[in-house]
Structure formats: structure tokens, C-alpha cells
Design a protein around this ligand. Structure first.
Ligand code: ADP
Length: 312
């Protein structure tokens, strides 16, 4: 038996209405399907405009889907929206608080909104978890940017959802705060919360997530364990300048890709477990070219991303 998914997305479609006369409607999600397994940290990656926020907003009940289905913790967002919503906590990108409430009041109000009886509220525990207990009585407007983000995380956890979604949690934050947020996310995950985060920082996804899905132009283009994606980055790229114009790319079994960049320059990608730079150059020479210049570099997750999204 397989464990049920924390989130199941099946052929999800979103078409935004035309913004004005003469403008076409925008197909933001073109039939996306994937599962978020329970218990992990799942990264939803994609360049700006890929459809990440649209997908998160559909799960949050803020945007209405055009087609397909989504389940959160087994509850269909269309058939069972109340239970679906109770199963998810969403940390938005934008920081929005009433500046005259204190962190303690922010959490109590949110608990009231969910109808959680006083005796079952977790405000103290949550403020301690996000290291804001000493700020419990300060006005929200006096908190630093980092404290506000941590408060947003606590607010999203008030109703004890099994799934926590963070939309671009570290966009525009400094290195120290990013580290703090990563720690907090990891702590929550250790306590059993399934975490989903959207990001366009590959490094963040690589460090935090055990599984990564990539969307681009509203389509799913990858959904793999992080180590497999990083494994795709076990490639090396060698750029070779030869003595005469290349007739076409030289493609050999040992290469993953070969591309003519300039009339006399060829870029060859190969798996460093399967070939060496020396072998690559020998193959080029065996096609009758003399080598005038060579540079090499290692591929990283960034290259995999660019390769998959066709960006850059
Ligand atoms: P991401 O979060 O990956 O940057 P979004 O989900 O915000 O992507 O946007 C996906 C696409 O949908 C973009 O082309 C965007 O311009 C468009 N879009 C987003 N929101 C709306 C809206 N309310 N009305 C029309 N188009 C929208």
C-alpha cells in the first residue's frame, strides 16, 4: 500500500478571463498533475509567470480552478472545501497585519476566525516555536521584517494543519533571515508537518526539499526526488574552438548534447561518470578538426533548470 498524498493535483487547469477587449484569456495552468507525498519538504519551482501562485491560490481557495481537481489531505477542494481548507496553512508572500495588533492578538484572532475554543488555542506554543514569545505584546508594526515573516508562519499554523505552504518565503530577505526561515521550516517538518514551498532560488530548493516539481508556462516539466535532479547535474560542459567551420554538431553516444554555438565553436555536454574531457577532445579530432581552444565547466542545478525550462 502506498501512503496517501498530502496534496493530489490532477489535470488542473486555470484560464484567467481576458483582461480587456482584444486581449486573449490567459491559460495559466494547462493541465498540471502531481502528488505531494506526506511528511516531506516539497519544492514547487518555476520562473516568474510559470503559474506557481495560481496553483497555490487555487489550493487556498482564493482562485477558482477552470478544470481538473485538487485534494488536500484527501479532501477535494471542490466537494469538501471546508475540510480541504482546514488541512492547509498558507504563508502568503505579502506581509499583511493590522499594525495595532500584537503577535499574541494576531494568533488569537486567527484562532477565533477558525472557531478554535480558547482552551485549545496554541498561541503561546506557536510564538515560542517561531521565537517571538518575548515580542508577544509588541505592536506588529514595531516588528522587524524577519519577525513579521515568522509571525505569518505561526499564523498559518494556528489551526494545526497537516500541510503548510510557503509562497516564496525568502524572496528579498537577507542571508541571515533566510537561514533562520530555513531552520524554522525544517523544525516544523521534523514535527511532522508536510511543507510545500515555492521558490525561484534553486539553491534553496536543493538544500531544503526532498522532492522538486518544476512548472514552466503552466506545464509540469519535472517532478523528481531532489537527488535525481541534482544527478542530472552530474554533467560537464566543454566548449571547443576548432580550426575550421563546423559542418554540423558532432554527436556521439558519450555526449548528452552537442551544439554549434559559433561557426567554429562547439559546446558538448557529457556525463562525467561516462567520459572524460580527453575522450571528448579525441572524438572531435577524430572528425578531422584541430582544436584551437578549450574551456570546461561543471553543470549545476541551475543548468538543469535552464535546460528543462528552456530559459536563459
Ligand atoms: P508565478 O507565481 O509562477 O510567477 P502566476 O501564477 O502569478 O505565476 O502567473 C501565471 C500566469 O498567469 C502569468 O502569465 C500571469 O500574468 C497570469 N495571471 C496571474 N494572475 C492573473 C489574473 N488575476 N488575471 C490574469 N492573468 C493572471
Amino acid at each position: 500500500m502506498t501512503t496517501p498524498a498530502a496534496i493530489r493535483i490532477d489535470n488542473l487547469v486555470k484560464e484567467y478571463a481576458s483582461p480587456g477587449p482584444g486581449e486573449p484569456p490567459k491559460l495559466a495552468l494547462k493541465g498540471v498533475s502531481f502528488d505531494v507525498p506526506q511528511g516531506g519538504i516539497f519544492g514547487l519551482l518555476g520562473p516568474n509567470g510559470a503559474g506557481k501562485s495560481t496553483l497555490i491560490n487555487i489550493l487556498a481557495g482564493l482562485v477558482r480552478k477552470t478544470g481538473g481537481s485538487a485534494e488536500i489531505w484527501g479532501f477535494d477542494i471542490g466537494d469538501n472545501p471546508r475540510n480541504a481548507k482546514r488541512s492547509i496553512g498558507i504563508v502568503p508572500q505579502e506581509i499583511v497585519f493590522d499594525p495595532f495588533f500584537t503577535p499574541f492578538e494576531v494568533l488569537e484572532n486567527q484562532a477565533g476566525f477558525y472557531g478554535i475554543p480558547k482552551a485549545e488555542r496554541r498561541s503561546e506554543e506557536l510564538l515560542k516555536a517561531v521565537h517571538l514569545w518575548d515580542k508577544r505584546d509588541a505592536y506588529a508594526r514595531t516588528l522587524s521584517g524577519g519577525m513579521k515573516r515568522r509571525l505569518l508562519i505561526a499564523k498559518a499554523m494556528v489551526h494545526s494543519p497537516p500541510v503548510l505552504v510557503l509562497d516564496e518565503p525568502t524572496a528579498g530577505v537577507d542571508v541571515e533571515l533566510r537561514r533562520q526561515l530555513w531552520e524554522l521550516v525544517t523544525e516544523l517538518n521534523d514535527q511532522g508537518v508536510t511543507v510545500v514551498l515555492t521558490t525561484h532560488y534553486l539553491e534553496e530548493a536543493e538544500q531544503l526539499c526532498d522532492r522538486i516539481a518544476i512548472i514552466n508556462h503552466g506545464e509540469l516539466i519535472a517532478d523528481k526526488p531532489t537527488r535525481d535532479l541534482v544527478g542530472m547535474a552530474r554533467e560537464k560542459i566543454v566548449s571547443v574552438t576548432v580550426d575550421k567551420d563546423l559542418g554540423g554538431p558532432i554527436m556521439e553516444e558519450a555526449f548528452t548534447r552537442a551544439e554549434v554555438i559559433e561557426p567554429r565553436r562547439l559546446e558538448i555536454t557529457y556525463d562525467r561518470d561516462k567520459a572524460s574531457a580527453g575522450q571528448v577532445l579525441a572524438i572531435v579530432q577524430s572528425h578531422g578538426y584541430a582544436i584551437e581552444d578549450v574551456t570546461t565547466r561543471e553543470a549545476d542545478l541551475e543548468d538543469v533548470f535552464v535546460q528543462l525550462t528552456g530559459a536563459g
